[in-house]
Design a protein. Sequence first.
Lengths: 139, 126
Amino acid sequence: MRFSRESPSRSRDRPVVFTTSFIDVVFLLLIFFLVTATFQREEGRLSSALEAERASGGSGADLVPQIIDVRADDTGPVFQIGERTMRDRPALEALLRPLPKDPGVFVRVYGSAPVHAVASALQACRDAGFVRISYVPAE
Amino acid sequence: MVDVVLQLIIFFMYTSAFTQFVRAPIDLPEERGEGGEATADLVLDIDETGRWLVDGAAVTPARFGEIAQAEAASLGIGPDAFSVLIRADRNLSANHLNAAAESLDQLGVRRWRLGAVRPAGGSGAP
């Protein structure tokens, strides 16, 4: 008595795929992608955007003089608010914290400044609690 | 076992292709940022030589304006709602950033973002 669902002749005719070497191919592919992959720090997942609003000629309320000048000299980036001059972001942030936040702040960027100094100034404004940050290109 | 390996292959295929096609390799400033994803309707890369790149291709400021207008039109939004992410080399002179800001202003784009990467340490404070 046979319990097989297929007859011996049918199972004999069915094509057989040998999968033994498949794992070798898969491992080779894995090694290839491991070697060629570039592990970059993803920007999107790192919450890495700083937003700036381009300043324009506006109402008188926009002219409240909370202006940070960002420039560079021989020794590196310089941040200036009025008469106060700072060279690092923590000092700039400490000076910005007590300022009123409602009028916003203008970041006036001179061409001599490096981009990382601009980013530092924008970050200091954010960390100090400013929401309205206007970017002003300067000559 | 083979299932796990296949999953790993799919992961590496996906991540490697993503980083190559979407973002050009640029040495961005290291800052914590303001939260949220660094997504935008259009990404402008400015490399260490000051070249403007869109999707890896060098463009002139005029061409960039055309691309931005076409992109906004295809999305069906005005320049006020159009968002641009500027990814500029950290050591580049801000002259290039100012030029990009002026260009966006002429297009009517009021808001843009400056790309940065979170410092490897994690806190963000230099």
